[in-house]
Ligand binder design. Structure first.
Ligand SMILES: O=C(O)c1ccc(O)c(O)c1
Ligand SMILES: [Mg+2]
Length: 591
């Protein structure tokens, strides 16, 4: 189907927005009136630009406070409407969105609205143009799609049809199934927007929190199917008012937007392959963090088991936990590999969903690893570790160690750039076919943090995303996005003892934390002495230990899941962040 995006979804000048929409592969745009009014370009030059870019202008919007106007005001409505039709002629647009009136003087009389919309439809028809009438969820008299359809049906004018906007419909009702019964040719336009489920004023919700399809909690897939079942054949057009997208790079946002429509349509998409966990995490390391990471990995019981054939990359292993150390850059998680049952299939789907491909980093005779860039720039590989694969690119060192109980990588925690969080969630859901596991919001020392854990169907590969709720203030210390690798251990005391023997102590957790826990829960013995954090759910409990930060953003977490605990210990995040901050402060004071 044709795809379209409203200019209001994107940031920058009108030209920036048009360029971004075209570059992302959209067929059309909706021109939002404010964006045009603020533009220094004439309608003719905007028309020429869209044509050069291969875009059409499928909608001009919105035309406000038209129907239900007191008769004394309607002459002014007609005058304004004629001017907008003139403008559309200059733009080369043929459909105008008229939204339901919000003006306090609106007269609640369907017969009046019907008559006035017929008058406007006559004016549009005389120019081969047409009106798509939309019920705003906060409209004064008309606020439901059923009511807007009743008025369009009664007006019975060939130049008057419906605009269905998923947000206005789904923010008010879950019962949209009757949309199927509207004649498809009377649905002139379909606008798509998702949103998180929030309990707030619907106008504020709509103007600040809309998201692209599959980024929020509304049933976009079901709604779109119902509209298509009705026989709608126009474009799928995104109309998202979002405070973050309004200030983000429009080229990135436009790709995110297109991805949402590709995933929503799910037509001809290669299905996601089953995932078997995280095959490895690759850390970059520089002259100071490299030796520190080596010391830490050895203390945790890892073996430096392999050396890359052609690159300065070390392989460290314990159980199925594999860490690559790649020298040359400050400590950070630069890449991770997903163990895929079908790496080619995973890569194909990623390409279909516009994941940015990365140049292959290999030589002849080395494994052919396919990688794409996640929204935060982390490289994501799709691999199969056995029977043969990437592992063979490492020459065995012959070293061996006893280990310290670590069995594998439990999950990765990746703080996301502020502008990329919703994009990241959609990326992991759509490209990797992962599902949401647990979401939370916490008051951390320097501001609110939002977290979202996502996982594959079998809970083998897990990633925890986080982001500040508001862009960080000046007071907050300038810590770049923290990242950590969470290692699973079968025995946290054993791993802790190994660390201690090697002279590395976990991040000290304040006594206040344990006092509070003890007041609420029956804790396992020795928790305080171990310096571990604790959480529990209906399945079991969770013990967590944190290493100091290496460089300025990377650390390890060691966890023991007891009795099938399924969470991530999110409730402990603020205390852990404060503990890391306190440790860093002491280090700075010591110099
Ligand atoms: O928020 C608004 O006013 C507004 C305007 C036009 C639309 O199509 C819409 O869905 C909302
Ligand atoms: Mg709309």
């Amino acid at each position: 189907m044709r795809t379209s995006i409203a200019t209001v979804c994107l940031s920058g000048t009108l030209e920036d927005r048009l360029d971004a929409a075209a570059a992302a592969g959209f067929d059309a745009v909706e021109i939002f009136e404010n964006d045009l009014i603020a533009s220094a370009s004439s309608p003719e030059s905007i028309r020429a630009r869209t044509q050069d870019l291969g875009l059409s202008i499928d909608l001009y919007q919105p035309f406000r406070d038209a129907e239900g106007a007191p008769p004394s005001r309607f002459a002014a409505v007609e005058r304004r409407f004629r001017a907008k039709l003139d403008l559309m002629g200059r733009l080369g647009a043929d459909t105008i969105l008229v939204c339901s009136s919000v003006s306090p003087d609106t007269i609640p009389d369907d017969a009046l609205s019907v008559a006035q919309l017929r008058t406007l439809a006559d004016l549009a028809a005389a120019r081969d143009m047409r009106i798509a009438y939309e019920a705003l969820a906060w409209g004064r008299h008309v606020s439901t799609w059923e009511h807007s359809w009743e008025i369009v049906r009664r007006a019975d004018h060939p130049a008057l049809g419906l605009c269905l906007d998923s947000f206005h419909v789904l923010s008010r009702t879950a019962s949209y199934q009757n949309v199927r019964n509207v004649p498809g040719d009377k649905i002139f336009f379909l606008q798509l927007a998702d949103a998180p489920r929030l309990d707030m004023d619907v106008l504020q919700w709509s103007r600040h929190h809309r998201l692209f399809p599959l980024q929020g909690g509304l049933d976009l897939a079901g709604f779109t199917r119902a509209v298509l079942d009705a026989g709608y054949t126009g474009p799928l057009s995104l109309e998202v008012f979002n405070d973050v997208f309004r200030q983000a790079d429009p080229h990135r946002t436009a790709v995110d937007a297109r991805r949402s429509l590709i995933a929503l349509q799910n037509a001809g998409l290669t299905p996601p392959a089953d995932l078997d966990g995280i095959a490895f995490a690759e850390l970059s390391a520089d002259a100071s963090s490299g030796p520190e990471l080596e010391t830490l990995l050895r203390a945790l019981g890892f073996t430096h088991s392999g050396q890359h054939r052609s690159k300065a990359v070390q392989l460290w292993e314990q159980g199925t936990a594999r860490i690559l150390l790649n020298s040359g850059a400050p400590a950070a998680i630069r890449a991770f590999a997903l163990e895929s049952t079908q790496p080619e299939q995973s890569a194909k789907r990623a390409e279909q969903l516009l994941a940015a491909p990365l140049p292959r980093r290999r030589r002849q005779s080395e494994a052919d690893l396919t990688a794409v860039a996640a929204p935060d720039g982390t490289e994501v590989f799709f691999v199969r570790t056995s029977p043969a694969g990437w592992h063979d690119d490492f020459l065995p060192t012959g070293e061996s160690a006893d280990g310290a109980g670590i069995t594998g990588i439990d999950h990765l925690s990746l703080a996301q750039p502020f502008d990329r969080y919703d994009e990241a969630a959609l990326f992991y859901r759509s490209v990797l076919g992962m599902t949401d596991d647990e979401a939370g919001e916490f008051a951390a020392p320097y501001g609110l943090i939002r977290t979202l854990a996502i996982r594959d169907a079998r809970r083998r590969a897990r990633i925890a995303l986080s982001v500040p709720v508001l862009r960080r203030g000046d007071w907050a210390p300038a810590v770049p996005h923290p990242q950590h690798i969470t290692l699973a251990t079968s025995d946290l005391s054993r791993t802790a003892a190994a660390l201690h023997t090697a002279g590395i102590e976990p991040v000290p957790i304040p006594g206040n934390y344990y006092d509070d826990l003890e007041a609420r829960l029956d804790l396992p013995a020795g928790l305080r002495a171990l310096g571990a954090m604790y959480d529990e759910d209906e399945h079991g409990h969770y013990l967590q230990l944190f290493t100091p930060v290496i460089g300025d953003r990377v650390f390890f977490e060691i966890v023991e899941r007891v009795g099938g605990y399924r969470g991530y210990g999110f409730a402990n995040v603020p205390v852990r962040m404060a503990a890391h901050r306190a440790q860093r402060h002491r280090k700075e004071v010591r110099g």
